[in-house]
Design a protein around this ligand. Structure first.
Ligand code: ADP
Ligand code: MG
Length: 238
């Protein structure tokens, strides 16, 4: 079953076309990684899938439903950012539960779901702290918790680990892989880190200046890159 379908998606800022016609299908439960150089349009594409940005033309279908013009909250997606985007004045508990509070869910339900989410991310002992009293890795876990609690069909990650040091990055990589296996949700993950792409992806999408250069499983791209550009990104010898 298909989860996210992009049909000839384009985006211009003024007269500058940033996304130049993207066609892509992501299957349900797939871990799909977008790679490409800085400025090639990865974040813009992710923001259009989430609805934070509107596309100039084309169609976006999520779980069989045309969401091209739908509000972000109506798309069944949750986004996790590099900068965590936590509320500094709220506790971990309040940050994780924020979306459900906003949606007017009953307090008891929120409390229960926050506990469960925190437990799955080893955050239980930190629930009453503010973000400034957390490490980078803990903050990123809170940001992930805030996404999980909404039970989205699709998770969108924009370079979530790039602010972490190497050791923590490799630990979080494993945690995210476990989380993906446990939830079975579709994940679209932007990174410029080859190791993340090669180890986490079911499918890699190589972007270059607003176009898809190549799509495929990591080893296909590694063994048969269509261009030196792809070879350069995937680290294969060609
Ligand atoms: P990436 O995430 O791959 O580094 P982005 O999607 O952030 O790339 O940006 C792609 C291009 O679009 C860049 O040239 C960037 O400057 C431009 N861009 C992104 N957002 C805007 C905006 N709101 N207004 C004008 N230009 C933008
Ligand atoms: Mg970006």
């Amino acid at each position: 079953m298909t989860s996210v379908v992009l049909k000839d998606i384009r985006k211009s800022f003024g007269s500058f076309e940033v996304i130049k016609g993207i066609d892509l299908t992501v299957e349900t439960g797939e871990f799909c990684v977008f790679v490409g150089p800085s400025g090639c349009g990865k974040s813009t594409l992710l923001r259009m899938i989430s609805g934070l940005e509107t596309s100039s033309s084309g169609q976006i279908v999520i779980d069989g439903e045309d969401v091209t013009h739908a509000e972000p909250s109506k798309r069944g997606v949750a986004m996790v950012f590099q900068s965590y985007a936590l509320y500094p004045h709220l506790t971990v508990r309040e940050n994780i539960g924020f979306g459900l509070s906003l949606a007017g869910r009953p307090k008891s339900e929120i409390a229960e779901k926050v506990e469960k989410t925190a437990e799955s991310l080893q955050l239980t002992h930190l629930l009453d702290r503010k973000p400034k009293a957390l490490s980078g890795g803990q903050r990123q876990r809170v940001a992930i918790g805030r996404a999980i609690i909404r039970n989205p069909k699709v998770f969108l990650f924009d370079e979530p680990l790039s602010n972490l040091d190497a050791a923590l990055r490799s630990q979080m990589r494993m945690e995210l892989t476990d989380l993906h296996a446990k939830l079975g949700a579709t994940m679209i993950y932007v990174t410029h880190d080859q190791v993340e792409a090669m180890t986490m992806a079911d499918k890699i999408v190589v972007l270059n200046a607003g176009r898809i250069e190549q799509v495929g499983p990591p080893m296909d791209l590694y063994n048969n890159p269509v261009s030196p550009f792809v070879a350069g990104f995937i680290g294969s010898p060609k």
